[in-house]
Design a protein around this ligand. Sequence first.
Ligand code: AMP
Ligand code: GLY
Length: 419
Amino acid sequence: MRVLVLGSGGREHALARALHRDPTVTALHCAPGNPGTAEIADNHQLDPCDPTAVTELAERLRAELVVIGPEAVLVAGVGDALRTRGIPCFGPDRAAARIEASKAFAKEIMAAAGVPTAEARVCDTDAQVEEALDAFGPPYVVKDDGLAAGKGVVVTDDRGAAARHASACERVVIEEFLDGPEVSLFALCDGQHAVPLLPAQDFKRAYDGDEGPNTGGMGAYTPLPWVSPDLVDEVMATVVQPAVDEMRRREIPYVGTLYAGLALTSKGVRVVEFNARFGDPETQVVLDRLATPLATLLQACAIGGLDPEFRPEWHPGSAVTVVVAAEGYPSAPVKGDEITGLDEAAAVDGAYILHAGTKLGGEGRLVANGGRVLNVVGTGPDLAAARATAYAAVSKISLRGSHHRSDIALKAADDVVPG
Ligand code: AMP
Ligand code: GLY
């Protein structure tokens, strides 16, 4: 199978790595990819959000599967363009990607499908905002209705801050605060049926102890020893399948990853958000454990005919990824500094490096080119071993001013239910 992956981050490197392991994959391409994907695939320099450029490349490569990584590519209508040309594409059309791109639309789907989520109000005016803040009380949860790369959500006890965030946005969703730990579950969907992957947990705040600003994600691990083995079946029955059915009923069939961001609250499972793509960095650990060939699975979603009874196979053991972030991330990441020590890091037994925001500078030097620069993955028989491996590898890497969290998977490895 000839496969093209769109995107350039750590998630796409992880996708490429898993596709590379699938013996049915005879040619692997990335656009634009990064220096990490260049080691296992052919990189093509183009704007992945340009539907015409992507379609031309996919046709020239005679791609039998295009896998879309980032939400911006989905929202740009690249999936629509590929499907119009009959090219199998894993990733929803623009209309279906609204389940991520519009919080209000996601709430509408959840309400229609009976999916458990936080009670919410869509507010267009200051008066509506004030009324909603009164109704729900603190802690206040105010979400920009549009795509904001995970940074449009403010959770605060400070009513003034909540109101200021709302007035800085055109339209917001204000909702009930959900207590309890969060879980990310990815379901692979073919428009009709869905198959779950392993649940994972990510760490959204920049600093240890869940302090500091929200980020795209500073680390992740799987499996989650503290969740009930029944959780996945429950979420498939009460969240994923009802949402897929509702999208199909509206004639916007959902093909791709439906990412359910869940809160395990004192009142039961609630959806915090839907995303229309694989999570980053959770994908890095989930795909590490996947034993089932990935390309075959994604192609079954893209062309239809996914067996709803099918369950992927998983390698035993655990995976932990630690994000090495550039100085100033998330507000103002510094680019261009040299990264060294990658060979030493990759030589740590059970560890490997995924590139997230890197590029080749002059004289073959690898330099930082984004906020989240590297994802260091550690594997082992259990979470404690996997995290020790990941951190041993992180310690070999040098990047001036870089920072990382030192508590990824710490509580779970100690058998403590996280926050
Ligand atoms: P979202 O972009 O909707 O995932 O929100 C980003 C983060 O804000 C989530 O991962 C949660 O940590 C937090 N958050 C969002 N909605 C709620 C809520 N209703 N209650 C508590 N925390 C929330
Ligand atoms: N790790 C969170 C996300 O991908 O949205």
